[in-house]
Design a protein around this ligand. Structure first.
Ligand code: PLP
Length: 394
């Protein structure tokens, strides 16, 4: 007998994937330019030219046995050195290459971290809703429990909810800022309040509570103030990072786990990370892209197209009366359905060939997610449809 749970996971397509597949079919009928598909979080800005130059240079001037070969399990030392150097320069830290484990993207980083930290089915990871739907799959896939805490109505950290949720079984709290799906970036004050509380609870419960920071959108921030660097506030932090969004490389599967240098028993935690990566078959992240990242570590993403789309949509939608949390980062808007029924709103929008994702999968039924990593023209074209839809509700 096969695992029924895995069969279910393998056959149930996510709503996002369903909508995306529908969009492709519909494009055959009415033309791709007429399908306003805001379903998927696939970067629309091409990877910076430095990435292409690095690939060409590596392939032309290096030994294929190296760039096509295995690296060490943890990743090439030279790549980890480059990453540690970049973090140390930007955040004034003192990381060593040994604090980093290279992975196949943030998804692998998260699975590895959940596997490394949890030891029993009672162990809980606190997740804040709305959340990236795969968190549930990743946490439960590692045999642990996800405990959900709703965010405040404005999508900000709900400290009261977090205080109610933390208990003896809490292994970690997972945060994602800039957030998918809300685009919200937590302020330094919010991070400090969370960190102070977790420090208090570590004392009270006499145990370590980890703060896992999922940061694939760290570089996609639109206000001038850089977001809080979580390890500056909380020692027991583990960062799950990837270049999927910042360098537009989602298909290359490259990222890392950083165990903060001040983390309690960090060598043991890193050993567990290495063991989890091994058990999951996630060792030796793609070598070619380790070499690319080493060369492109200081390249900054071009976020202007996303900023423009955000401004057009946020300004337009709020003017029409839609309630939307101010997105200061990532490339998503989380929009409240006028009557609170996001399923119905998504259906209505689909009739106008606007594809937006209902919120149930993100843990919040009342909102739809709109991914604005699309051509700007599509954002402009979508506004009259949103206006028409709003009128239908009035
Ligand atoms: N975490 C969040 C919040 C995401 O939105 C995504 C992808 O969309 C991931 C993790 C997975 O990222 P990766 O493609 O690097 O595995």
């Amino acid at each position: 007998m096969l695992s029924q749970e895995m069969i279910k996971l393998g056959t149930q397509r996510s709503v996002i994937r369903e909508l995306f597949a529908y969009g492709l079919q519909r494009a055959e009928v009415i033309g791709a330019e007429n399908v306003l598909d805001f379903s998927l979080g696939n970067p629309s800005v091409p990877a910076p030219k430095e990435v292409e130059e690095a690939i060409i240079d590596i392939v032309k001037n290096n030994d294929p046995m190296v760039y096509h070969g295995y690296s060490t399990s943890q990743g090439h030392l030279s790549c980890r050195k480059a990453i540690a150097g970049n973090l140390n320069k930007r955040f004034k830290r003192e990381y060593s290459p040994n604090d980093l484990f290279l992975t196949c993207g943030a998804a692998a980083s998260l699975c590895i971290t959940f596997r490394a930290l949890t030891a029993s089915p009672e162990d809980e990871i606190i997740v804040l809703a709305p959340y990236f739907p795969e968190y549930k799959v990743f946490i439960e896939g590692q045999g642990a429990r996800m405990r959900l805490v709703p965010s405040r109505n404005d999508m900000r950290l709900n400290m009261d909810g977090i205080k109610e949720a933390v208990n003896r079984n809490t292994k970690a709290i997972l945060i994602n800022s800039p957030n998918n799906p809300s685009g919200v970036v937590y302020t330094k004050e919010e991070i400090k309040a969370l960190s102070d509380y977790l420090m208090e609870m570590q004392e009270e419960l006499d145990k370590t509570i980890y703060l896992i920071s999922d940061e694939p959108y760290r570089e996609l921030v639109y206000n001038d103030e850089p977001p809080a660097f979580i390890p500056d506030y909380y020692d027991n932090t583990i960062i799950c990072y990837s270049w999927s969004k910042s360098l537009s490389l989602p298909g290359e599967r490259i990222g890392y786990v950083l165990v903060n240098d001040k983390c309690k028993e960090k060598e043991v935690v890193m050993a567990a990370v290495g063991g989890a990566a091994r058990a999951l078959g996630y060792v030796c992240a793609p070598t070619l892209f380790q070499l690319v990242i080493e060369r492109c570590i200081d390249v900054k993403p071009n976020i202007e197209a996303y900023r423009k789309n955000r401004d057009i949509l946020y300004d337009g939608l709020t003017r029409m009366g839609y309630k939307v949390a101010k997105p200061d980062g990532a490339f998503y808007l989380f929009i409240e359905a006028p009557d609170g029924d996001s399923e119905e709103f998504s259906k209505k929008a689909k009739e106008h060939d606007v594809l937006v994702v209902p919120g149930a999968g993100f843990g919040t039924d009342t909102h739809i997610r709109l991914s604005y990593c699309v051509e700007t023209e599509k954002c402009v074209k979508a506004l009259p449809v949103f206006e028409k839809l709003m009128k239908e509700y009035k």
